[in-house]
Write a protein that binds this ligand. Structure first.
Ligand code: UD2
Length: 319
């Protein structure tokens, strides 16, 4: 049994990781400051985990959290492009300063490996598709810059201190427990809850932008594989975590109409600042080095997600 520390454990990806690790009989410790995470995401597992309410910016708390830990799964972040455009300093503090603190604590505690929740946003609007890890990043939003800086810190800590790190570039992860209630929430969580409530969703732009929407179970699997893969294949490296297929917002909306029985149309508004047009991943490297294969495709993931929100009677975003 290994000890895992999950940062951002009350978030939707962090809490999904916790559930899977507990299912596999592992020991789970978690930190969250509830800036975006939700206590309700931990309700079913709270008794089985060592939870500490703490902020990544509190170095002493991070040192205590890392003591005796084998693997760190660093999910904590303010995960939003538009929020970073509004508040770049806040985004940098949480997403970069917080990561650096955690790395120092992990290094000093001699943890075996740190896996980082990086982002597809680092590629920016490069016309080349699919995006592969050897491409030169060209981040647009402050969020994307912060994610890239933290990725580079991961690599730096491997090179300078020998701390094994790997960065997983998540491509638009979605699934149960993703918070739909903020204007910065992921588009699918917003659309599903709005459409289930009979409310008209808003599409920013013409709806022809595309994303490699990735069901959360695939991201969970990638993290656990990245912990166990041989160091020479993962340490100091970056991997796309996605499905290798892209879907436009218009297509996603149409499929959601079937799943939610929403018969209205979307309203189209101006494109969002900092957005990128198309996103599609080449997942060869993760397949080759981590043994990763997407287990759940877009349609099945969306069916499961809609079923979960329906069962929860989740309130949609008010924006
Ligand atoms: C970025 C990253 C993603 C992850 C995420 C963190 C890219 C390609 N992806 O997601 O990997 O790091 O940030 O939050 O950079 N939209 C609407 N209506 C809405 C909400 C959104 O049309 O009500 C549009 C939005 O303008 C964008 C698309 O939906 O074109 C996806 O937006 P998002 O906020 O779900 O995710 P995105 O792509 O910024």
């Amino acid at each position: 049994m290994a000890v895992y520390l999950i940062t951002g454990i009350a978030g939707f990806i962090g809490s999904s990781l916790a559930r899977e690790l507990l299912h596999r009989g592992e020991q789970v410790r978690g930190v969250d400051n509830f800036s975006t995470g939700k206590r309700e995401n931990l309700a079913q597992v709270l008794e089985q985990i060592d939870f500490r309410e703490a902020d990544l910016l509190d170095l002493d708390a991070m040192k205590r959290a890392c003591a005796g830990v084998d693997y760190v799964l660093h999910q904590a972040a303010i995960p939003s492009v538009p929020k970073s455009v509004l508040d770049p300093i806040g985004s940098n503090m949480a997403n970069v300063d917080g990561t650096l603190n955690l790395l120092v604590a992990a290094r000093d505690a001699k943890v075996k490996r740190v896996i980082y929740a990086a982002s597809s946003s680092v590629y920016g609007d490069t016309p080349t598709l699919p995006k592969h890890e050897r491409m030169i990043p060209d981040p647009i939003s402050p969020y994307a810059v912060a994610k890239l800086a933290s990725e580079r810190y991961m690599i730096s800590f491997y090179r300078c201190y020998g701390l094994e790190t790997a960065a997983l570039r998540y491509f638009n992860i979605f699934g149960p427990r993703q918070d739909p209630s903020s204007p910065y929430s992921g588009v699918l969580a917003k659309f599903i809850t709005q459409m289930l409530a009979g409310q008209q969703p808003t599409i920013f732009g013409d709806g022809e932008q595309s994303r490699d929407f990735t069901y959360v179970d695939n991201a969970v699997e990638a993290n656990l594989l990245a912990c166990k893969a041989p160091a020479r294949q993962v340490a100091g490296k970056v991997f796309n975590v996605a499905t290798g297929r892209r879907v436009t917002l218009n297509e996603a909306f149409k499929f959601l109409q079937q799943l939610t029985s929403y018969s209205g149309s979307p309203v189209y508004e101006a494109e969002r600042g900092g957005d990128i047009k198309h996103s599609l991943a080449d997942i060869f490297s993760a397949e080759q080095h981590l043994g990763y294969k997407p287990k759940v495709n877009f349609e099945d993931g969306l069916r499961q997600t809609v079923a979960w929100y329906r069962s929860q009677g989740k309130a949609p975003c008010a924006y």
